[in-house]
Design a protein around this ligand. Sequence first.
Ligand SMILES: Nc1ncnc2c1ncn2[C@@H]1O[C@H](COP(=O)(O)OP(=O)(O)O)[C@@H](O)[C@H]1O
Ligand SMILES: [Mg+2]
Length: 103
Amino acid sequence: MKIAVVGKGGAGKTTTSAVLARTLGRRGARVVALDCDTNPNLGLSLGVGDSETERLVTLREEVDEGEGAHAPTWDDILDRYGADAPDGVRLSVITRIENPEPG
Ligand SMILES: Nc1ncnc2c1ncn2[C@@H]1O[C@H](COP(=O)(O)OP(=O)(O)O)[C@@H](O)[C@H]1O
Ligand SMILES: [Mg+2]
């Protein structure tokens, strides 16, 4: 199951996403939370803390700058670019790549 939470700024997307993710995680689902916001702060609502939220954003920026290692599989992406959040949720920041290179 894939759930996308969209809406205007301040509508409650981040709060709703975090509650959904943690509720499903508590019920035993394998939950991957992808923060696609241009201002990615889902980590704060999920409970991973300031530094871990910032680390994920930095990792994402490194990909844009060509510094991130290529992750060939989905599991590799989550392994290298993700963080464990409470209730078994795995969080990653997946915003649009600004300067994609061929391939
Ligand atoms: N169901 C709700 N009832 C009241 N306040 C809420 C609710 N959901 C979110 N908020 C509050 O509204 C503000 C914006 O929520 P947020 O989840 O950050 O929105 P978004 O991610 O869409 O910008 C926050 O201060 C949040 O605590
Ligand atoms: Mg938000």
